[in-house]
Design a binder for this molecule. Structure first.
Ligand code: ATP
Ligand code: MG
Ligand code: MG
Ligand code: MG
Length: 442
């Protein structure tokens, strides 16, 4: 993309309404625009990051054998009457009437609808295990929408639902979700710690939340510092291998890590004192095993191998896709702006032309631009007729991890400069070498 042909409405001033850094930078970098409290338009740069995050979520879910579908945002109230949640859900649910005076709602989550789909089509254990998921907009009329996309009212969530014939198989689905989530967050450059959580209105007692440590997080967290050093890294995962998957879950849940809702001060004392940490975290996902809570009330049954008819075992598993943008920025920024991890960056590299209009500099920038594209990359070429300082400020603010700076002086010696946004370190090299280096990184 050439910046002069893009739509990147950056703000020079700090917006007064933004209380935390991620919200401030998302507004300043022209990623989002608020349309009403907790409701945002996604401007082109914001949408690009959102799509990259969605893509990673899709890939990791499908590696785990989970199948995408798409349910609507609007749901009939009657489905929720079957589970009893229409009355229980309270003010967070946005209730709507259509022209026929039918009661509808904007879905805050989809347990009822997915259970309805399941019971309409599946009757036998032979069709199990089955996990269906979608990435769809949700609406929750939050009491205090704030912090930009972190606590929106309309927000994008991945929610997945497993259907299994027995508890063992449902626990394996739970474990699969935990492992696929760990991998998902790691690919986004995040450390998200699974913490034992309380179940809330969805019900059930086997649940973990995934928390990204950040001083601006809304949850209070208590943990053994050792848990923060765990990584999946590049290990091969066979999601059919129950033992391997359970082993990873065991490893990641072996240290004390809880939110304030489940915190047990007595048990916390068993943690080595120097490792005992209290802090704050951002909830970027949650997994639940809840057994037959919905299948019983909604009549979703399957016949077993020995001919019995049983309510199907279920769980539900969510990732806060739009909240993740805020969480990533909270975890990765400096005083100049965002620092995108390579896994989610909106553009792979910036090309900054120090002297727009200089025929050699222009030609070199064009060659690098086309060279990066030929390697399958998506560069942003700052081709504005602007001062170097202004161009640097923009690429720093929008957080592109790599910058190739091109100017007449360097070109006399056959070099451009490759700069890391994270370390600030620069290295001179030929334009071809810069293209190679960036291509190797991705
Ligand atoms: P919270 O405790 O922050 O209100 P939740 O526990 O109510 O979240 P879940 O029902 O577990 O949310 O939904 C799954 C994920 O969706 C959460 O882990 C979170 O990342 C995201 N999420 C929930 N509410 C919002 C919101 N209002 N804005 C953005 N993301 C949200
Ligand atoms: Mg909530
Ligand atoms: Mg919560
Ligand atoms: Mg939750």
């Amino acid at each position: 993309m050439r910046l002069t042909r893009y739509f990147l409405p950056v703000l020079k001033e700090n917006p007064a309404e933004a209380q935390i850094v991620s919200h401030r930078y998302m507004l300043r970098a022209g990623m989002i625009k608020q349309q009403a409290a907790g409701i945002y338009s996604w401007l082109p740069l914001g949408l690009k990051v959102l799509r990259r995050i969605e893509q990673i979520v899709h890939e990791e879910q499908q590696k785990a054998g989970h199948i995408p579908l798409l349910m609507p945002t609007l749901q009939p109230a009657d489905l929720w009457r079957e589970s009893g949640r229409y009355d229980d859900y309270g003010q967070e649910m946005l209730r709507i009437r259509d022209r026929q005076d039918r009661e509808m709602l904007y879905g805050p989550t989809n347990e009822e609808m997915i259970t309805d789909i399941f019971r309409s089509h599946v009757t036998s254990y032979k069709e199990l295990p089955l996990t269906l998921y979608h990435i769809q907009w949700k609406f929750r009329d939050e009491m205090r929408p704030r912090f930009g996309v972190m606590r929106g009212r309309e927000f994008l969530m991945k929610d997945g639902y497993n259907f299994d014939v027995d508890k063992e198989s449902a626990i394996h689905a739970y474990n699969r979700h935990m492992v696929s989530y760990l991998r998902t967050y790691e690919r986004m450059g995040l450390t998200a710690i699974p913490m034992r959580a309380a179940s809330g209105p969805i019900g059930g007692d086997n649940t973990h939340e995934f928390l990204v440590l950040a001083s601006t997080g809304e949850s209070e967290v208590f943990y053994d510092e050792a848990v923060t050093t765990l990584r999946l890294g590049g290990i091969d995962i066979d999601y059919h291998d129950r033992e391997q998957v359970a082993g990873i879950v065991q490893k990641f849940t072996s240290f004390y890590a809880r939110t304030d809702e489940t915190h047990d001060p007595k048990a916390f004392e068993d943690v080595l004192e120097v490792h005992r940490k209290v802090g704050r975290g951002i909830e970027v996902g949650q997994i639940f095993y809840f057994g037959t809570k919905y299948s019983e009330s909604m009549g979703a049954t399957v016949t077993t191998a020995d001919g019995r008819k049983v309510p199907v075992e279920m769980g539900s598993h969510g990732i806060g896709v739009s909240r993740l943008l805020g969480a990533i920025i909270e975890a990765s920024h400096d005083d100049k702006g965002i620092i995108w991890p390579e896994g989610v960056t909106p553009f792979h590299a910036a090309i900054v032309n120090l002297k727009q209009g200089d025929s050699e500099a222009d030609a070199a920038c064009e060659a690098i631009y086309k060279g990066l594209q030929a390697r399958g990359l998506d560069p942003l070429y700052d081709d504005r007729d602007a001062r170097a300082g202004e161009k640097f400020a923009t690429t720093d603010l929008i957080g592109l991890p790599w910058r190739i700076t091109v100017g007449p002086r360097g070109l006399k010696n056959g070099v451009v400069e490759l700069t890391s946004r994270r370390t600030g370190e620069s290295e001179e090299m030929s334009p071809e070498a810069a293209i190679d280096r960036v291509a190797q990184i991705y």
